[in-house]
Design a protein around this ligand. Structure first.
Ligand code: UDX
Length: 451
């Protein structure tokens, strides 16, 4: 067993490597160190490594900077760009690199996974365990196992396991240390034993662990995200029906969600899902199914994706209608740029998609976000980014509520009235109390709710 005893921590400490320190890896590294393990995080980006070593995360995730500072101070956590140092400094290596959508294709780009495997494997010590956490097409783990076996030093006994993550941005720390379940795909009881030791503190809290094969472990992740995306698109399809029939999608979701077989979570209708996971994961899943000759099995996901994209077009149309077709020359104030609140992630953000559509049609578009303005500006420099909500809405012809940050819910419509040119608000997230806005004289519109 590769564990070591560390008297200051909650149990036997293992030496863990975390390859890739983005949304997943930075959180995983800090949380594992907090569980008592000795952790070395590897990233090719030296600037990111330096920043992490100062306790500053490359992303905004509530509590992460504090957790980094706390665990760095124990001496159990450090970051490096040196792959040899990582390979020698750890016995269990978690691959946490990104698997973005391939340019011009639905498939996942596995460049970073292969790069991690190829750089790490030649330096692995005897008995090392390489654990994939990245979201990958089914069948990848087996290929990784073959590649690791080919590349690791002759005579070393190295194993591979797959352990998908399910963390949500904004709740990433809680989801890592108190997950609903742990899933591991393993090929030996020794690998299972070692992963049980990694997660011992979590397992002792009664967290279930599903122990399975590689393919099932890989599929759990994409199946879960496909289900969640389907649930969101289902309620958004219902919103389309509500818009024509005068029904109220929020009340509908509340009513059907009380059936425990359905459940109320992920039934919030609006401008749809975005982010670095759901959209690209369902597309990569479809691409893999096609490779397997199973395109029909996942054909419904094409519709799930299409419903999701359509919500963005409908939002753009509703805003255009509210502006009486005078988009050109109008001033549009967009509240929210992140794909969801409590995150600075703007990847595939529906808010920015709609904002940029309106700009392309000649509107002056100002975007506010409590955390994501910096990332938004990098990706959409053509939009304006005033520093406050007040400066964003001043002189606006319409206000768009696009990311449901708590501070937007608490805006006072009477106060905002004094700043805008026209009192029009579009609620893309169905989170505002529209009656309150209407009482203050505002014209309102939302997706799936009668006006
Ligand atoms: C998701 C999965 O939840 C997580 O388990 C996985 O590991 C990574 O992908 P995340 O991308 O952080 O997590 O966001 P999530 O909270 O799932 O929301 C995804 C998108 O769906 C957001 O754009 C959100 O605004 C939207 N959404 C969510 C809705 O439109 N309606 C809902 O009811 C819920």
């Amino acid at each position: 067993m590769v564990g070591r005893v560390n008297s200051t921590v909650k149990g036997a400490s293992l030496r863990l490597g975390v390859i890739g320190t983005g949304y997943l890896g930075a959180v995983h590294a800090a949380c594992m160190a907090d569980l008592g393990h000795e952790v070395i995080g590897l990233d090719t980006d030296q600037e990111r490594v330096n920043s992490l070593n100062r306790g500053v995360a490359p992303i905004y995730e509530p509590g992460l900077d504090d957790l980094l500072k706390k665990t760095l101070a124990t001496g159990r956590l450090r970051f490096t760009s040196d792959v040899v140092e990582t390979a020698k400094g750890a016995d269990i290596h978690f691959i946490c690199v990104g698997t973005p959508q391939k340019e011009g294709s639905n498939a996942a780009d596995l460049t970073y996974v292969w790069s991690a495997v190829e750089h790490l494997s030649p330096h692995l010590s005897d008995g090392a365990l390489v654990v994939g956490k990245s979201t990958v097409p089914v069948g990848t783990a087996e290929e990784v196992a073959k590649r690791v076996a080919q590349l690791s030093p002759p005579g070393t006994n190295v194993e591979v396991a797959w352990n998908p993550e399910f963390l949500r941005e904004g709740f990433a720390i809680a989801d890592t240390v108190s997950p609903d379940r742990l899933v591991i795909g393993v090929r030996s009881t020794e690998a299972e034993k070692r992963l049980r030791e990694v997660y011992r503190v979590i397992l002792e809290k009664g967290t279930p662990m599903v122990v399975t094969d590689f393919a099932t472990a890989e599929l759990v992740k994409v199946a879960a995200n496909a289900f969640l995306a389907t649930k969101i698109s289902f309620i958004n399809a219902m919103a389309e029906i509500c818009e024509v029939t005068g029904a109220n999608v929020t009340e509908l979701a509340n009513a059907i969600g009380q059936d425990p077989r359905i459940g109320s979570r992920f039934l919030r209708a609006g401008i749809g899902f975005g982010g670095g996971c759901l959209p690209k994961d369902i597309r990569a899943f479809m691409a893999r199914a096609e490779e397997l000759g199973l395109a029909e099995s996942l054909a419904f996901l094409t519709e799930v994706d299409a419903i999701n994209q359509r919500r963005r077009d409908t939002a753009t149309k509703y805003v255009t209608d509210m502006l009486e077709n005078r988009v050109e020359g109008s001033v549009v104030a967009v509240l929210g740029a992140a794909f969801k609140p409590d995150s600075d992630d703007v990847r595939d953000s529906p808010a920015l998609f709609v904002a940029d559509k309106l700009r392309a049609r000649g509107a002056t578009v100002r975007v506010h976000d409590p955390r994501a303005q910096h990332n938004a500006k990098r990706n959409y420099p053509q939009l304006e980014y005033p520093p406050s909500v007040e400066e964003t809405v001043v002189g606006a012809d319409i206000v768009l509520h696009m990311t449901e940050w708590a501070e937007y819910r608490n805006l006072n419509p009477t106060e905002i009235s004094k700043l805008v040119r026209h009192k029009r608000i579009f609620d893309g997230r169905n989170e505002l109390d529209l009656k309150q806005w209407q009482s203050a004289g505002w014209a309102t519109k939302s997706l799936g709710r009668p006006q």
